[in-house]
Design a protein around this ligand. Structure first.
Ligand SMILES: Nc1ncnc2c1ncn2[C@@H]1O[C@H](COP(=O)(O)OP(=O)(O)O)[C@@H](O)[C@H]1O
Ligand SMILES: [Mg+2]
Length: 356
């Protein structure tokens, strides 16, 4: 049984691409676990490898090295029924529904095709009924107003809802939403994020939201985790609120300092960390050591420009890939007592005399 293991795991996954100028590592040694019903947000500047990570998670790209596990099984070594099960389990929703919805198909046709293909509906009548209930689930009501519309007759937010409805046709366990809210207005963005979170709450669907916008990540990830990426690596991974309140990595600190706040007091009180340079190095010529060191105001010569920092647990839910932050945080932990690992089930076992 694999019930105790995470639903999906990337284990030391690297993905290279050959480009005319040379080979790049778009994703470099990324390990990430996704639990059932978990919401996790991948955030970082354009080109840092978010989409590649999303495609690796969805099994659409094969890792150059490392493994993708689904319920403990190596996806790229499984075949037959296991492959099919994985393909249905993980659905990708793209940034631009205009590009992913066929312009000559009505909403009903868009939804009926996968319903029939995956035998969720046997007849046209059943498919229409199922399409109606999916439209209801994604807030396109009354559904009969939408069934016969073409993508161009819908607003951006409505098109994105149709994309989400299409992903739901196969009862997915995971939705990877890649910049799925980036092309719509701010007010619509919130309702789409709420829709995705609602799917998690109601149906236990795990959601991976990919965004370059930390304000979106903060809103979405309130009850989940954030992975901050930089040049193909995860540099900080933490429960969202902890990371927002107290970022450990200098890059995360800089990103959070740059989120615009409606409240001027909050804006003034925010920790700011000006970077030494705005330029992101090319993946073709990565700096030695920590690839963030040329921009980092806290970088130490002889350390950060020499050694690549590994993503290191610093207590609680948190991990960070920064020599300086790890040293400080572990020193702090040593000064205030040993690391406390919270193992609530130990206490429960003792007090209730039951084994989980
Ligand atoms: N199919 C590909 N071939 C070559 N390079 C690619 C390919 N896909 C992505 N890349 C490169 O990999 C890097 C990471 O891209 P991507 O994962 O799309 O980043 P993000 O989504 O964070 O903007 C970029 O430098 C991009 O140009
Ligand atoms: Mg992208």
């Amino acid at each position: 049984m694999t019930n105790g293991s995470p639903l999906i795991r990337l284990v030391h996954v690297t993905r290279e691409f050959k480009t005319p100028a040379g080979v790049i590592k778009a994703v470099d040694d990324v390990s990430l676990d996704l639990d059932r019903g978990e919401a996790i947000c991948l955030v970082g500047e354009s080109g840092c490898g978010k989409t590649t990570t999303g495609r690796l998670l969805a099994g659409l790209l094969r890792p150059t090295s490392g493994e993708l596990l689904f319920e403990g099984n190596d996806v790229w070594r499984s075949r037959g029924a296991d492959q099919v099960r994985f393909r249905r389990a993980v659905q990708l929703v793209h940034q631009d529904p205009y590009a992913s919805l066929n312009p000559v198909r009505t909403v009903e046709q868009v939804l009926a095709a996968p319903l029939r293909h995956h035998r969720k509906a046997q007849t046209a009548k059943q498919a229409r009924a199922a399409a109606r209930s999916l439209l209801q689930r994604v807030g396109l009501t009354p559904p009969d107003d939408f069934l016969h519309k073409f993508p161009h007759q819908l607003s951006g937010g409505q098109r994105q809802r149709v994309s989400i409805a299409r992903a739901l046709t196969v009862d997915p366990r995971v939705i990877v939403a890649d910049e799925a809210v980036s092309m719509v207005d701010v007010s619509i963005r919130i309702t789409l994020l709420d829709l995705l979170l609602g799917l998690r709450d109601e149906f236990g669907v795990s959601i991976v939201l990919i965004t370059h916008d930390l304000a979106v990540a903060r809103y979405f990830g309130r009850a989940g985790r954030i992975a901050v990426m930089y040049l193909g690596r995860v540099v900080e991974l933490s429960a969202t609120q902890e990371l927002i309140d107290d970022p450990a990595h200098p890059y995360a600190t800089a990103l959070i300092g740059a989120i615009p706040e409606a409240d001027p007091d909050l804006t003034r009180s925010k920790q700011r960390l000006p970077l030494k340079s705005a330029d992101v190095p090319s993946l073709l010529r990565l700096p030695p050591g920590c690839s963030f060191h040329p921009r980092c105001p806290r970088a130490e010569a002889g350390l950060c420009d020499v050694l690549v920092p590994a993503l290191t647990p610093i207590g609680g839910t948190r991990s960070v890939a920064c020599h300086v932050a790890v040293r400080e945080r572990t020193a702090l932990a040593a000064a205030t007592g040993p690391f406390r690992f919270d193992l609530p089930w130990v206490d429960i076992d003792k007090s209730e005399g039951s084994a989980g």
